[in-house]
Write a protein that binds this ligand. Structure first.
Ligand SMILES: Nc1ncnc2c1ncn2[C@@H]1O[C@H](COP(=O)(O)OP(=O)(O)OP(=O)(O)O)[C@@H](O)[C@H]1O
Length: 299
């Protein structure tokens, strides 16, 4: 009898994290940074990842960047299985499939190179012909509004310009995914908006899927999807869509969802639990169009 297994979890998604676990061992101390995290991101999406300090956001980004490897679970980006990549495949993956932009501009850029030379570098390492490299570098810098920085070194650019050049460096080899770790963390509001605009350009005009780890509500409030991580797991999601109101005006509607994993587990937010004194044992009831969770009080 053939097995009637359904399609593989997230088979259509570009990024699949399935029950992802990352345990750090420092001496005898074990830290479970990711504790069975599920996340699907479709090609073309721009997603913000939010969560308290220590919830596992940077760990997730390092795994997706191929800098670190998961302890257990499954992680796939495009055709790459991040659990089983060889060292050589990892170099190829990091060079061609993902681009990364870090919070500290100094870690993105080389002090003695010009913007053009920095964008050129990853393409040189990938063996792209010189003429094509020049064209690509010029086009990228132009697209995010820093063409005037072409011949400047980092010290001759503002923080926002440096970050936009860093985005171009990350985009140089036409990655499928651009990962950004707190890209506006060190910038003021106006400069942040320019950097966010550059990420949006990368997503909408250059077609890259963007994953941004951020604490900045101006960033998480402007993307179509914000995923919250709590204690190493995805806990809730906010989806935003544009609608036309009764008065004909465009408005953005944001709706919050809880995440249910494949075993059916859902995290009930702390304020909900406290409001109804929900503790270890609750009553579940299937109603016509909803599932109710009630406190365990005698009938
Ligand atoms: N290399 C490491 N060795 C040991 N523990 C680590 C390491 N990296 C992270 N951790 C631990 O893993 C947990 C998750 O860390 P992570 O940096 O992913 O959180 P985060 O959500 O990105 O936090 P922040 O917003 O402060 O950057 C934390 O408890 C952290 O102390």
């Amino acid at each position: 009898m053939p097995r009637s297994a359904g399609p593989e979890f997230g088979s259509d998604a570009l990024i699949v994290c399935d029950n992802l676990v990352r345990i750090y061992q420092t001496g005898s101390v074990e830290v479970q940074a990711l504790q069975g995290l599920d996340l699907l991101v479709d090609a073309g999406e721009m997603v913000a990842i939010v969560g308290a300090s220590g919830s596992g956001k940077s760990t997730l980004l390092s795994l997706l960047a191929g800098i670190d490897a998961p302890t257990a679970g499954r992680a796939r980006v495009g055709d790459w299985d991040l659990m089983s990549m060889t060292r050589r495949q990892r170099v190829h993956y990091r060079r061609h499939t993902v681009g990364i932009v870090r919070q500290q501009t100094a870690r993105n850029l080389v002090p003695y190179l010009t913007a053009e030379q920095m964008v050129d570098l990853p393409m040189t390492l990938a063996g792209v012909p010189r003429r094509e490299r020049r064209t690509r570098a010029g086009e990228l810098l132009e697209a995010v509004g820093v063409a005037h920085c072409l011949g400047r070194r980092p010290a001759q650019m503002s923080g926002g310009e440096q970050m936009r050049v860093a985005i171009c460096v990350g985009m140089a080899n036409r990655p499928q995914v651009l990962l950004a770790d707190e890209p506006t963390g060190e910038l003021d509001t106006g400069t942040s908006a320019e950097v966010f605009g550059a990420l949006r350009t990368a997503n909408e005009q250059l077609g890259v899927t963007v994953v941004i780890v951020t604490h900045d509500p101006d960033v998480s409030g402007q993307v179509a999807r914000t995923v919250a991580i709590r204690a190493g797991r995805t806990s809730s999601e906010v989806l935003r869509r544009s609608t036309t109101g009764a008065d004909g005006e465009h408005e953005v509607v944001a709706e919050e969802y809880a995440i249910m994993d494949r075993a059916g587990r859902v995290q009930v937010p702390k304020d909900y639990r406290e409001a109804l004194a929900l503790t270890r044992r609750v009553r579940l009831a299937l109603e016509t169009d909803q599932v109710a969770i009630r406190p365990d009080v005698p009938a």
